[in-house]
Write a protein that binds this ligand. Structure first.
Ligand code: SF4
Length: 217
């Protein structure tokens, strides 16, 4: 495979993984530039444009220099760049535990099976729910994770109905998140307990540790 394939990258940095079942672990983040979606509450709009073109070899070198065994490909929407899949393969081959956070609007079927997929399903409050590719669910492994970011009670009710429709709790790990500043974690906790929901509360730990709008953390 050609290590000279080029990818546009917003930032590469080491931090604590703030979300998913990997939350709390030191992790290198490779944030790829660009996203075809425009979620109303997006917190990484700075990654829509710009970035630096880097070869896969350059990215691997930066990841190696940071020296953490866990690496997350994120964005933006990492799978919007076709060279994301070759990058994921190279990282797997290099021995990293690779996570990818994807919006679910791009095909995940070509990712190596070793990659742990954290796939968003977009609730109506994002304004992007018509972009959900539910056929992606057929390509996920039982160990992969479905994340739904919720802005209000209607989003929570939508999440419950989607979980029932696709039997998500029986098939995957399901994470429910608050759109930061729009839905209070306390409210979501109460709804989850009352609904006896088969999902895990997913707080963005980095937003409680650092400033909510801090970059590179
Ligand atoms: S998919 Fe992610 S990066 Fe893209 S607009 Fe939505 S929240 Fe932002």
């Amino acid at each position: 495979m050609d290590q000279d394939l080029v990818i546009t990258v917003t930032e590469i940095y080491g931090s604590i993984q703030g979300e998913s079942s990997y939350a709390g672990l030191p992790c290198t983040f490779v944030r790829l530039t660009g996203c075809p979606l425009r979620c109303k509450w997006c917190d990484t709009a700075y990654g829509f444009t710009g970035g630096q073109q880097k070869s896969i070899a350059m990215i691997l070198s930066e990841v190696k220099a940071i020296g953490l065994p866990l690496v997350e490909l994120t964005g933006g929407e990492p799978l919007a760049q076709k060279n994301c899949v070759p990058l994921a393969k190279k990282l797997v081959e290099a021995g990293y535990r690779v996570l990818i956070e994807t919006s679910g609007s791009e095909d995940v079927s070509t990712l190596p099976t070793e990659v742990h997929i954290i796939m968003d399903l977009k609730a109506p409050g994002s304004g992007m729910s018509d972009r959900n590719m539910f056929k992606n669910l057929d390509h996920l492994k039982p160990s992969d994770e479905i994340k739904m970011v919720l802005a209000h009670r209607d989003d929570f009710d939508w999440a419950i109905s989607i979980m029932e429709q696709f039997k998500l709790s029986e098939r995957f790990n399901v994470l429910l998140s608050c759109a930061f500043g729009l839905l209070q974690p306390k409210d979501l906790c109460e709804w989850m307990v009352a609904a006896k929901v088969g999902a895990r509360l997913n707080l963005q730990q980095h937003k409680y540790i650092w400033h909510p709008r801090a970059k590179g953390v």
